[in-house]
Design a protein around this ligand. Structure first.
Ligand code: CAA
Length: 258
């Protein structure tokens, strides 16, 4: 039987996936990425889950792609097997929100995985970086594209070219992470935040995610039009009727997620 590199559990309506390869600082090998993809797809398909959290260990969210596994690969090995595309991009198909709860190292593919999540909560111990340049390659899972979008060209370029790490304070100042949390509160805080999201109308949450993500893929006028069409479609939802009626009646809404 293959090792379990990703632990999957539920906390109410929150799906929690914990990267579990501590001895290798959660280095992201193929089996781990397969298991992470399977865990994400299972929660996405589960009507009882409204938000997903991915976390690692105290020492590392993930220290990158598995260098030991990659070191002898040839061009044909990576090209033919679609290395990275095959199982790293599953997360982009997930329609429910995914939060990265990062403590310790998020380097290389670990930083890229965190950036593929919808937002990052950072422990005060978090360290982010794209150190691939130090091992004679470049980021391979979106780092050169998502980091500049998150922190601007100058800082992203410096980090990608030097491989230096940024700590949680710098990451928050630069807009890479939404908030910093004390390390011993990280998981609790991430679950609380995910629980708040999971308590909202699920279709509204999915539309909000889709619409914010559109900001990266379209012009402003196209994005605003996309948002307006989704906003209009909210009025076909039972949850819109319930949410607005509850506000007017000064009570808590009971969403049916439809
Ligand atoms: N791949 C494979 N194994 C890794 C690893 C990685 N990315 N990162 C750490 N490990 C392993 C180490 O080999 C070591 O294993 P052993 O105990 O069997 O020797 C174990 O994890 C602990 O690591 P260290 O002893 O190095 O721990 P440290 O505290 O001294 O240093 C660190 C921590 C600074 C994170 C250091 O481990 C490090 O620099 N890791 C590599 C970071 C890196 O280069 N990441 C980019 C990978 S390439 C990539 O991700 C491509 C892409 O874009 C998809």
């Amino acid at each position: 039987m293959s090792e379990i590199f990703v632990l999957s559990e539920t906390r109410g309506r929150v799906g929690l996936l914990t990267l579990n390869r501590p001895k290798a600082l959660n280095a992201l090998n193929d089996q781990l990425m397969d298991q992470l993809g399977a865990g994400l797809l299972a929660f996405d398909a589960n009507d009882d889950i409204g938000c997903i959290v991915i976390t690692g260990s105290e020492k590392a969210f993930a220290a990158g792609a598995d260098i030991g596994a990659m070191k002898d690969w040839s061009y044909m090995d990576v090209y033919k097997t679609e290395y990275i595309t095959r199982n790293w991009e599953t997360i982009r198909r997930i329609r429910k929100p995914v939060i990265a709860a990062v403590a310790g190292y998020a380097l290389g593919g670990g930083c890229e995985l965190a950036m593929m999540c919808d937002f990052i909560l950072a422990a005060d111990t978090a360290k982010f970086g794209q150190p691939e340049i130090k091992i004679g390659v470049i980021p391979g899972s979106g780092g050169t594209q998502r980091l500049p979008r998150a922190v601007g060209k100058s800082k992203a370029m410096e980090m990608v070219l030097t491989g230096r790490m940024m700590d949680a304070v710098e990451a928050e100042r630069a807009g890479l992470v939404s908030r910093i949390v004390a390390a011993d509160r990280l998981l609790e805080d991430a679950i609380e935040t995910a629980t708040v999201i999971a308590g909202m109308s699920l279709p509204a949450v999915m539309m909000a995610k889709e619409s914010v993500n559109r900001a990266y893929e379209s012009s402003l006028s196209e994005g605003v039009l996309f948002e307006r069409r989704l906003f209009h479609s909210c009025f076909a939802m039972a949850d819109q009727k319930e949410g607005m009626a509850a506000f007017v009646e000064k009570r808590k809404p009971t969403f049916k997620h439809m």
